[in-house]
Design a protein around this ligand. Structure first.
Ligand SMILES: *[C@@H]1O[C@H](CO)[C@@H](O)[C@H](O)[C@H]1NC(C)=O
Ligand SMILES: *[C@@H]1O[C@H](CO)[C@@H](O)[C@H](O)[C@H]1NC(C)=O
Length: 314
């Protein structure tokens, strides 16, 4: 019998440096560069902790330093918290809409009068509205039905893929992998997919506040975290197969690896954003402002919302 002794090396945080606290929904593919960055690349002065949350936390709880969410939630929070800043684009996703061909759907215009599944008040809802409007079908000319997402088969009764298969809805639009699973549930013969990046893409972003960005100590850790995300971006885009990224993502969000691979190409790990983002934000904010019965933000205000200073410091 042999005995092995192990030494535990404990690292203590310097007590006066509070950890970098990041709020994010932990169940979507889009969020996974954050845990990957923390595990592999982050080298801040204090530890980074990723907790369940989102951009709403930045407005209400100053213990949060960063948050990640789609641009839709960012705009909703910016309406009442003008100190929020979008500092990095983790992922852009041209969402897809899947429809049942046997419901006589061949084009987006055929969705007029149909039942369309989505989740109200989210980027998916904005996506469905924009796609249909691009074909001349306005809200009120179709019925919106709420359903749940599904990350892995078997999908439950109240999930969108299941509702599509059973005929409770004729189509649905949302983030992945629910659309992929919905299309597979219908089968290749009966599924039709619509996607148009110039009509709508989710801009899944990292946010902070002016207070945090103006705090020199905190800012160092924010920059270190974005730098780690930038290194992650490299792995995600160039060598996902060699670095076990598909398996990492599948494990983090409870998906099957082959489904992660199937939808990988719909996820654009962009980091930077182009000059056209402001136009999407202006028009999306006008739509959200109407739905939320609030004044819209001006173009000048939305230009302030976009802050490239951290990216420029990398
Ligand atoms: C995508 O949308 C743009 C603008 O909304 C439109 O000009 C273009 O024809 C669409 N592309 C497809 C393939 O439908
Ligand atoms: C991140 O790194 C790449 C190089 O891999 C670079 O091209 C890119 O501009 C960097 N910055 C951001 C914000 O993505």
């Amino acid at each position: 019998m042999q005995f092995f002794s192990a030494f535990l090396f404990l690292t203590f945080l310097f007590p006066f440096v509070s950890s970098l606290k990041i709020g994010s929904s932990l169940q979507w593919i889009e969020h996974t560069p954050q845990p990957y960055a923390i595990a592999n690349f982050y080298k801040g002065q204090s530890a980074a902790s990723l907790v369940s949350g989102g951009v709403a936390n930045l407005g209400s709880d100053t213990s949060f330093d960063l948050a990640a969410n789609a641009e839709t939630q960012g705009l909703k929070q910016y309406a009442n918290h003008k100190n929020i800043r979008l500092i990095y684009v983790i992922c852009e996703v041209p969402y897809r809409l899947v429809a049942r061909k046997s419901a006589r759907i061949a084009t987006l215009a055929d969705l007029k009068g149909k039942k369309i599944g989505t989740i109200l008040g989210t980027s998916a809802n904005v996506f469905v509205q924009r796609m249909l409007a691009s074909a001349g079908v306005q809200e009120g000319q179709y019925t919106v039905v709420s359903g749940d997402v599904c990350m892995k088969t078997p999908c439950g009764d109240k999930t969108l893929p299941n509702m599509l298969k059973s005929g409770q809805i004729d189509a649905f639009g949302i983030w992945e992998p629910a659309v992929e699973l919905g299309a597979r549930a219908l089968g290749e013969q009966n599924a039709i997919l619509f996607q148009n990046i110039s009509t709508y893409r989710e801009v899944y972003s990292l946010y902070s506040t002016t207070e945090k960005l103006n705090d020199p100590q905190k800012r160092k850790d924010v920059v270190a975290f974005v730098r780690a995300l930038n290194q992650t971006r490299d792995v995600y885009t160039r060598t996902p197969g060699e670095n076990g990224v598909y398996e990492f993502v599948a494990k983090k969000v409870g998906m099957d690896v082959d489904i992660v691979k199937a939808v990988w190409g719909d996820h654009l790990w962009n980091g930077v954003w182009g000059d056209d983002l402001i136009d999407l934000l202006v028009s999306e904010d006008q739509y959200l402002a109407k739905a939320d019965k609030r004044p819209g933000a001006s173009r000048a205000e939305l230009e302030r919302f976009l802050d490239k200073s951290v990216i420029e410091e990398l």
